[in-house]
Design a protein around this ligand. Sequence first.
Ligand SMILES: Nc1ncnc2c1ncn2[C@@H]1O[C@H](COP(=O)(O)OP(=O)(O)OP(=O)(O)O)[C@@H](O)[C@H]1O
Length: 239
Amino acid sequence: MTAQGGLTVRNGAIEVADVDRVFRVEIDALDLPPGGVIALSGASGSGKTLVLEVLGLLRPPARGTLYAAAGNDLAALWSRGVAGDDLAHMRATLFGFVPQTGGLLPFLDVADNISLPQRICDRPDAAWCSELMERLGLTDLRKLWPDALSIGQRQRVAIARALAHRPAFVIADEPTAALDAQSADQVMALLLEVARDTGAGLLLSSHDTDRVTRFGIEMRRLAPFGDKPFTTRLEAAPC
Ligand SMILES: Nc1ncnc2c1ncn2[C@@H]1O[C@H](COP(=O)(O)OP(=O)(O)OP(=O)(O)O)[C@@H](O)[C@H]1O
């Protein structure tokens, strides 16, 4: 079903229920080749975060979804009801995450935040951490605590951390939303550059369609699905 090494979704759906409605996102097809980049766009509340959470194994897809990545049948992990450890292991080894505002652990300094995924995955590589810090302009900040950093610096640490264990895929939810225009351009450029150089596939969400277009990123939009209430769909063609 999947191109070996890439990420593939077929017949995908996500459903979340609250007290009086079920919100549903439909993804007929999504393909991210190794080293590829796709940005999800769409209005606030259209489901961008939900899609990234499902792709990053943070929540299950609806029944019937086919989802494979790097040769692993990830939908089956959920449907077989596999114990959380297997999911957690797959999540930690296959994916790196760049949250909107860094998501750094406040009790670890910059260097330890960056090397954390390597420790979790048992993939120690101090030289790679040093190279990431050098490339992202973090070497002089390595002993600082996260609360001593600007938001742009935190995002650069988050990028280094997301790539430290050389994951097959990086998932970045609005990685530039909290930044001024200049920092946003810098962070986007660094994220694309380092992900490309490691061969990681990159999935990001962004409100900022101008910036996404300017950086030449393929954009897929989540839009209301006909007149179905509380339902959006990932449009088939890149926009
Ligand atoms: N845990 C949940 N329970 C119920 N509904 C939820 C839950 N999480 C999200 N939703 C609903 O799902 C829809 C999509 O939310 P989501 O956060 O994915 O949107 P988004 O496109 O990322 O929005 P934004 O751009 O504002 O961050 C929203 O209507 C939201 O209310």
